[in-house]
Design a protein around this ligand. Structure first.
Ligand code: ASP
Length: 350
């Protein structure tokens, strides 16, 4: 009898040791990267057949230049907030992307910029919307967070705030690029022709399905102190009017960061991203449903957003340094770097 008891206890101990759940939980608590950074330069119908090798190389070089700026800050022990702002500024200053210089045009032929920033440690956030003369909207967004009692400032008030903060104000012509101006003219010409309702809607948003591109820029970073920050900056969508604001300056849609879960930056057809609360939903699925970063981003983009009819994608990074690119378009300008300095730069879905 004593022997049977002994055998039974031994079996219990052995089966406890074999518990796969416990083992995987321990494994998942180990950090993948001590610090990491991920960026996007917009998603959309980006097809290899429509690109030249030269154009591809120019985009890739700029993405690399931008991400290396943030990477160096993180490697030297700087904050994820600084890494996000400085990285995005490289892209805001490049005419390649729809943010800062190179922003798309409104129906009236102006550039109206939106940006947001979130700090995952404090859940503080800042945003600017519909600004016309702030050189770096992402910097202004972060200042709204750090130096005002508010989360979102818009239009002339936001510019006034930026001036008082000593941020660089530029003449609106600074944002002009011929390429973006021509895109507006093309859409306006299309509007004049006999289009059915859906085509008109598409023309309005420069989303004629065959050739839609969203050039918004975004960055998410995790620093050596375990803090996640996220930011997004955009010119919005070509031919927007009536003071239209997209998802990019909306915390929870275009940007979200929470040290307990992840950081997210979105790009795509903003109206859908607002309705799906894309960035916060990814964080919520991790928090409440205990999904992995990959599972959460996949569900939100490939399932929920797609079912609504929305197009675009996200970059996301979790507290352990896992990173995810997820999009339902044919491409997304994107890059990531882990703590070993491994660089990934991609354009197409492959
Ligand atoms: N999401 C942006 C907006 O709707 C556009 C973009 O991602 O390029 O304003």
């Amino acid at each position: 009898m004593k022997n049977i008891h002994y055998l039974f206890s031994l079996l219990l101990i052995l089966s406890a040791c074999n518990q796969p759940k416990k083992a995987s939980k321990e494994l998942s608590e180990v950090s993948v990267n001590e610090f990491a950074i991920i960026i996007h330069g917009g998603a959309g119908t980006i097809l290899k057949k429509n690109m030249t090798p030269e154009k591809e190389a120019v985009y890739k070089a700029k993405l690399e230049e931008a991400i290396r700026v943030g990477y160096e800050i993180l490697e030297e022990g700087g904050s994820s907030g600084d890494a996000v702002v400085k990285t995005i500024q490289v892209m805001e200053e490049s005419p390649l992307f729809n943010a800062g210089k190179g922003a798309v045009f409104t129906h009236e032929g102006t550039n109206e910029l939106d940006a947001s920033f979130m700090d995952g440690k404090t859940l503080n956030a800042g945003a600017v919307a519909g600004v016309k003369d702030i050189k770096s909207p992402i910097e202004a967004a972060r200042r709204v967070m750090t130096n005002s009692d508010h989360v979102m400032l818009s239009g002339a008030g936001a510019s006034q705030f930026a001036k008082e903060q000593g941020l660089e104000i530029v003449d609106p012509s600074y944002f002009y690029t011929e390429k973006r101006f021509n895109s507006l003219q093309k859409i306006k010409d299309k509007e004049k022709t006999e289009l059915d309702h859906d085509d008109k809607k598409a023309a309005f948003y420069d989303v004629d399905i065959k050739n839609s591109k969203f050039g918004t820029v975004g960055c998410v970073a995790l620093d050596k102190d375990g803090n996640i920050s996220a930011g997004t900056s955009t010119g919005g969508m070509t031919n927007k009017r009536w003071g239209r604001i997209g998802d990019s300056p909306i915390i929870g849609s275009g940007t979200y960061a929470n040290n307990n879960t992840c950081g997210v930056s979105s790009t795509g057809w903003g109206e859908y991203f607002i309705r799906a609360q894309v960035a916060h939903d990814i964080s919520a699925q991790m928090e409440y449903l205990h999904k992995s970063l990959k599972e959460a981003t996949k569900d939100v983009i490939q399932n929920k957003l797609t079912k609504l009819g929305g197009t675009g994608g996200v970059i996301a990074l979790d507290k352990k340094g896992n990173m995810s690119f997820e999009f339902n378009t044919t491409g997304m300008y994107r890059a990531s770097m882990n703590d070993k300095g491994d660089l990934i730069v991609k354009i197409y879905a492959d």
